[in-house]
Design a protein around this ligand. Sequence first.
Ligand SMILES: *Cc1c(COP(=O)(O)O)cnc(C)c1O
Length: 455
Amino acid sequence: MPTPVSEDSSATLAARSLRSVWHPCTQMKRHEAAPPRSIVAGDGAWLVDSEGRRILDAVSSWWVNLFGHGRPEIKAAIAAQMDRIEHVMLAGLTHEPVVRLSERLAERTGLGHAQYASDGACANEIALKLSAHYWRNLGQPRKNRYIALRGSYHGETIGALGVTDVELFRSSYFPLLRPAATVPAPDARAARDAAALQQAIDSACQALDDYLRRQAADTAALIVEPLVQCAAGFVFHPPQYLRRVRELCDTHQVHLVADEIAVGMGRTGTFTACEQAGVRPDLLCLGKGLTGGFLPLSAVLCTEPLFQAFYDDEVARGFLHSHSYTGNPLACAAALATLDLLDEPRLAANRALAERLDTLFEPLYRHPRLRHGRRAGMIWAWDVEQPPADFARRFGLCALDRGVLLRPIGSTLYFMPPYVIDEAAAEHLLQATLGALEHSLRLPEHAGPPEQPLA
Ligand SMILES: *Cc1c(COP(=O)(O)O)cnc(C)c1O
């Protein structure tokens, strides 16, 4: 018997959701005023809610969707795999989708020995453990601390929170964490001209060098979000900074972990963001868009020397880490279909599309209340000047009323649309944004709760 489709109205479903579901990254009490929308379908860059309204998914459903909802090629790949084997453990066994995916990721990144988890945070956990274990295997067990960039975001599990520098996400759990050292990252916004940007890069690198001179003997790895620190409010740094970071890590014998969970899979215009700097990290983490937004899957790739340090007769020198759904065949099939779509011509087409949309978004670059307009590939961001209290939430609700899903981070408004957004949808996005800005900035100031930088 097929499960009957719920006939509940959206209001009833929202009420049931609030009773039974603990929604992520949410103060549940705030839903008293604005219950969650129920989504019944997806169609390319659009979502359809239970009232039949179409909502443009301008944040790619938390940065995961690349080629639109319901993308036929990805659906077909998952369905075909389902007819063979849905899941099998990956310890002691293997299967074609995981082998092919690992080979393809190696070709695209120049790294290898892919390991898999389901979420980005767990990929970072793998990378952090691998790095410290590598140094232990080399007889340097003291090298087990980490460095992160100021404002870093690497996920919400306890290890990943330890290298995350977002107060709101971290402060309640601080006693549980082993916090990383943080070093400043150059913020392209602060630089008025090329000389000022160079100065910001120099001083950030100097701070890292100073730290490593004192602490390299205790440090396993530096973890960075290459080119764009998204959750920090879209803090951009130039590729040149990554090159210098790579050199400093080499000089001081510390791993460079590239967390490309948000910026990888073509988001910044190239397959990985590191490519733009010509930098190869020791460990690379991918997630989010890896399956085109269909299934949870993350991957960690590493260098050959790193792998070799674990290759031994002794079991304990191996990496004894696992997750139940490691290398899930359905997720790997979805990732393979996604990689087929994300070939070099497609990346070039994305770059051209992003430039056209940039012209279309001109009114936002000129908007009197927005500044620091910036773009990397298919990521756009602007900072709202003098945002009213609770701007992010108000704006989000206004945008939803206008048929666009947007969730500013604090006072930073951003677009991260699926790569299939067309000019008509982008025009809708622009108009909805202008309207939502006007409405949410016009509202009278009130002594609301402090601004919360919820992603
Ligand atoms: C989203 C994100 C993560 C965490 O990924 P999850 O799948 O949410 O666990 C880690 N790092 C970066 C840079 C991210 O943007």
